[in-house]
Design a protein around this ligand. Structure first.
Ligand code: NAD
Length: 248
């Protein structure tokens, strides 16, 4: 669908976010690639070419998120869609986890999800759509992943509440729960000997995902083909939700 109203892809400088920006751009959307790494976001937008634009945003900082939406509305128009793909992951057993590590994950993955939903709710056009990135870990616990699992469980609940609150404006809010997707985020997991193999044994389709396979779901959820879907979460994980999560 081609629309003068832009789609903001937050966390768009890498991985799933960039793959989503690419698909939307190729389909004719005006994409704003937003990321805490403003230089990388600018490079990615330049790679896409016009009319893609870029912005720096820190989802953990309310003023920064507020400024992003104000700037997009001023420079383009009220967005028809928002995808929040910003994320970080820290591993560590609860007994060993510092409060700083806990807060670092929660502030980006959970508070960041809240702040993006807050300003998206204010600025997205009626009839628009919002996509959140949760995770298989939002409903499947993993040892050593308490902060990430807790944050992503929160994203699933935030998505449902936002869908309830925004339904009367026709704004749809849905979550995607990816399994293991090859992006910089999971490079740390691959450093643990045998971990990648264990993940794949626990995935019926026997392989990790490609960022484009998550982007395809995001694009669908932003489109009119998903016009009667809201408050839902979609497992895009090669079937990994049917199995037990490996120990980190
Ligand atoms: P990635 O590391 O490739 O991309 C994440 C992007 O978020 C980066 O560009 C990073 O700069 C940006 N970012 C980090 N902190 C930010 C902040 N405070 N404000 C704005 N941007 C910030 O990771 P990815 O794999 O593409 O992950 C995208 C989303 O999908 C994340 O929410 C992640 O938790 C989720 N997810 C990923 C996987 C996976 O296996 N890759 C699995 C499940 C869920």
């Amino acid at each position: 669908m081609t629309s003068p109203a832009p789609v903001i892809v937050i966390g768009g400088a890498s991985g799933i976010g960039f793959a989503t920006a690419q698909r939307l751009h190729e389909a004719g959307d005006t994409v704003v690639v937003a990321d805490i790494d403003g230089a990388a976001a600018a490079e990615r937008a330049a790679e896409l070419g016009g009319p893609a634009a870029s912005a720096r945003v820190d989802v953990a900082d309310e003023q920064s998120v507020s400024d992003l939406f104000d700037r997009v509305v001023a420079d383009h128009a009220r967005p028809r869609g928002v995808v929040n793909s910003a994320g970080v992951s820290t591993a560590g057993a609860i007994a060993d986890m510092s409060l700083d590590d806990w807060n670092a994950t929660l502030s980006v993955c959970q508070t960041g999800a809240f702040l993006v939903l807050k300003y998206a709710a204010r600025h997205v056009v009626d009839g628009g759509a919002i996509v959140t990135l949760a995770s298989l870990n939002g409903r499947q616990p993993g040892t050593g992943m308490a902060a990430y699992c807790t944050a992503k469980a929160g994203v699933l609940m935030l998505t449902e509440v936002a869908a309830m609150e925004l339904g009367d404006r026709g704004i749809r809010v849905n979550a995607i729960s990816p399994g293991l997707v090859d992006t910089p985020l999971v490079e740390g997991i691959y450093l643990v000997p045998g971990m990648r193999e264990e993940f794949l044994e626990n995935t019926p389709l026997g392989r990790s995902g490609r960022p484009g396979e998550i982007a395809a779901m995001a694009q669908f959820l932003l489109s009119d083909d998903a016009s009667w879907i809201t408050g839902a979460a979609f497992d895009v994980n090669g079937g990994a939700h049917t199995r037990r999560y490996p120990d980190l």
